[in-house]
Structures are given as structure tokens and as C-alpha cells.
Design a binder for this molecule. Structure first.
Ligand code: CUA
Length: 198
């Protein structure tokens, strides 16, 4: 090396030992990379929380969980399946530890809009074998739009841990023929008990 003669006291390093200044340089380089990664991750967290994550997954619609059963869209008489101009709307309340109502019928090949809210804690709404999946947060309405091409029973377990009875909290959606649906009474649309006994 060129600087060896200028410092005769410096002995050559044993093989396998990295010189101190090279260690310093490498440490500094990795420090810069780590700080850069941290800054990038913090920026992603801040940007996505401002732009996307400060609200429930679907739409921001506040509601008062304390007066759900007394007034507004989620009073008991309004729950279940309703035929509306743009398709079928299903209104459900999630509460520890059930969905109300716990079975709804919807027609096949029809736009179906699920509107849910929670009366207490955060619950999960998922329809097995479909891509329907959202959180149900008290104080907000969660809305999911879908349509069913296949007839049958879709299980609907709560998929957000909500307390000691969580594993027993589930409901189902029964998809019936499109032509059959209008002839069902509102009672039959939100009650599947008669089907079970047949
Ligand atoms: Cu409701 Cu888990």
C-alpha cells in the first residue's frame, strides 16, 4: 500500500481482520440505510392513515350505537331484507354474541347491499366462499355490495374477536331463486327456521 512507509510502526493486520476505518465506513453506510428505511416506513404509515385508513373499510357513515333500537335505519322493524329500487338491501346489527336477524334470504343474480352496524364492540362480517368481508364498528355503518350467482347457504361467522362468546357468534345468508324471492313474506325473508324443519 502507498501509505505503509509513512507509518513504520503500523504492523500489517493479520489476515481476516478488517481495518478500523473500513468498519467505520460500513457502519455509517448501514446506519444511513436503516434511517432511510425507518423514514420510508413512517412516511407510508402517515400517508396511508391520512389518505385511507382513518375510517371504516367501506364508507364513512356515523350512527349512534346507543339509540340504534329506538330510532333510525336500524330499528328492529327495519332489519332484514328489503326490496329497493336498486336491488335488495340487507340490514343487520352485530352485537355480543349474535347477528340480528341471524338468517336472511336474498335472491340470486340481484345486486345485494349489506348494511351493518354494531351495538357494542367491533365485530367481523364475512361470508364464507365469497369475497365479502368487513369489520363492523360501533358508531359507523359498514356497507358491502355483492351479488350471488349460486343458490344455497352461506355461513356468516363473526371473524373479529369480540369477547368470550365470539366463537358462537354466527349467522347465515340463504340465496334463493330470483323468481321465488318476491313471493316470500317479510317474515320468511328473515327467518330460516321453517326451511330447517322441511
Ligand atoms: Cu362478534 Cu366475534
Amino acid at each position: 500500500m502507498a501509505d505503509e512507509p509513512s507509518n513504520p510502526l503500523q504492523r500489517p493486520l493479520p489476515s481476516g481482520i478488517v481495518p478500523q476505518d473500513e468498519v467505520d465506513r460500513t457502519e455509517k453506510r448501514w446506519l444511513i440505510i436503516m434511517v432511510g428505511m425507518l423514514a420510508l416506513m413512517m412516511a407510508i404509515v402517515v400517508v396511508t392513515s391520512i389518505a385511507h385508513a382513518l375510517h371504516p373499510p367501506s364508507n364513512v357513515e356515523p350512527t349512534d350505537p346507543v339509540t340504534l333500537h329506538l330510532q333510525g335505519e336500524f330499528v328492529e322493524s327495519n332489519l332484514g331484507t328489503a326490496l329497493e329500487p336498486d336491488g335488495v338491501t340487507v340490514r343487520l346489527i352485530a352485537q355480543q354474541f349474535s347477528f340480528v336477524p341471524n338468517c336472511v334470504k336474498v335472491p340470486a343474480n340481484t345486486p345485494v347491499k349489506f348494511r351493518l352496524t354494531s351495538a357494542d364492540v367491533v365485530h367481523g362480517f364475512i361470508l364464507v366462499d365469497t369475497n365479502v368481508n368487513t369489520m363492523v364498528v360501533p358508531g359507523f355503518v359498514s356497507e358491502v355490495r355483492t351479488s350471488f350467482a349460486t343458490l344455497g347457504d352461506y355461513r356468516m361467522p363473526c371473524d373479529e374477536f369480540c369477547g368470550l362468546g365470539h366463537q358462537g357468534m354466527w349467522a347465515r345468508v340463504v340465496v334463493v331463486l330470483k323468481d321465488q324471492f318476491p313471493s316470500l313474506t317479510p317474515e320468511q325473508r328473515t327467518n330460516c327456521v321453517s326451511d330447517v324443519s322441511q
